[in-house]
Design a protein around this ligand. Structure first.
Ligand SMILES: [Zn+2]
Ligand SMILES: [Zn+2]
Length: 293
């Protein structure tokens, strides 16, 4: 199965509007927020809006649909109210995800604030179990690999492996973010580096639990532990890294979802990404043709 090249698109103005935004940048898959990422209050989606999403998706032929959870959630918080709100936010995303037929929800698990996963493991495992108990079946819950900024869980693949083994649910999976994991110290720019990183992923998590990829170049060098995305080919990862990744059998059939700033234009000097240019770059890399620059 071929890799699907997609990107994060806005769904403002109704969840169904995301489909046409994805098509406008020639995306074959998409990721959306179903709630404003910096607020706790869940967005209300009417039955009509959900039906319209499903109908438009079906007629468009768009591939995988992923939901990114809101950024405020932290399943490792020592504040019980914060935990309640975080759990509810993921349950909400999974409920909407089940309604629209999404493949899954991508989650930044939270932060141990430098104490290490072991210090917060019970709390995170309990939160994940509560989410899976309360959420309808259907979508996967994919824990994302992280860059390490602020003691994020998922900086080491072993963090996610420990969580998946402890919770032990087939509904839990992982999202590999190329920018984050490179910033966290995994040198995926070379054949040997990628081989070593994937061997560690396989040993700690299992490559069969890799569900989706966030395809981002990095403004931060290897081991910079900072989460700063760059357009494909313009960062420290470069075109070759994506050639290696997209040519590797571990990524067959996965959605590569862009979360990049986009190229500067007269209208948007800071970019309006993910944009058509980045989608075209990633498709060219996948298809083995010269990358448009
Ligand atoms: Zn990401
Ligand atoms: Zn990021």
């Amino acid at each position: 199965m071929a890799i699907q090249v997609g990107g994060h698109v806005s769904s403002s103005g109704g969840i169904f509007t995301a489909i046409d935004r994805a098509l406008a940048i020639e995306a074959e898959a998409c990721q959306i927020f179903v709630s404003a990422p910096q607020t706790w209050r869940p967005t209300k989606h009417t039955d009509a809006a959900i039906a319209q999403f499903k109908a438009r998706r079906a007629e468009s032929g768009l591939g995988q649909v992923w939901i990114h959870n809101i950024y405020l959630a932290n399943l490792a918080s020592e504040d019980s109210l914060m935990i309640e709100k975080s759990v509810a936010s993921v349950v909400n995303a999974m409920t909407v995800g089940a309604a629209i037929g999404a493949e899954g929800i991508v989650l930044h698990t939270g932060s141990h604030k430098g104490l290490g996963l072991a210090a917060v493991l019970d709390r995170v495992v309990d939160s994940l179990q509560r989410i899976l108990d309360a959420a309808p079946a259907g979508p996967l819950l994919a824990l994302e690999t992280m860059a390490g900024q602020g003691g994020t869980i998922g900086t080491k693949f072993s963090d996610l492996g420990t969580l998946l083994r402890t919770v032990n649910s087939p509904r839990l999976a992982t999202c590999l973010d190329t920018c984050h994991s490179f910033a966290a110290g995994y040198d995926i720019r070379t054949k040997d580096g990628l081989k070593a990183a994937l061997a560690e992923y396989d040993g700690e998590i299992g490559l069969d639990r890799l569900a989706v990829v966030h395809a981002n170049d990095s403004k931060t060098p290897l081991g910079g532990f900072r989460d700063r995305h760059e357009n494909i080919g313009d960062g420290f990862l470069g075109i070759e890294a994506f050639e290696l990744l997209m040519g590797h059998p571990a990524f067959e059939g996965k959605a590569f979802l862009l979360e990049v700033p986009g190229l500067a234009t007269e209208k948007s000097p800071k970019g309006d990404g993910p944009d058509l240019e980045n989608v075209r770059r990633l498709k060219a890399i996948r298809d083995g043709v010269p990358v448009p620059r």
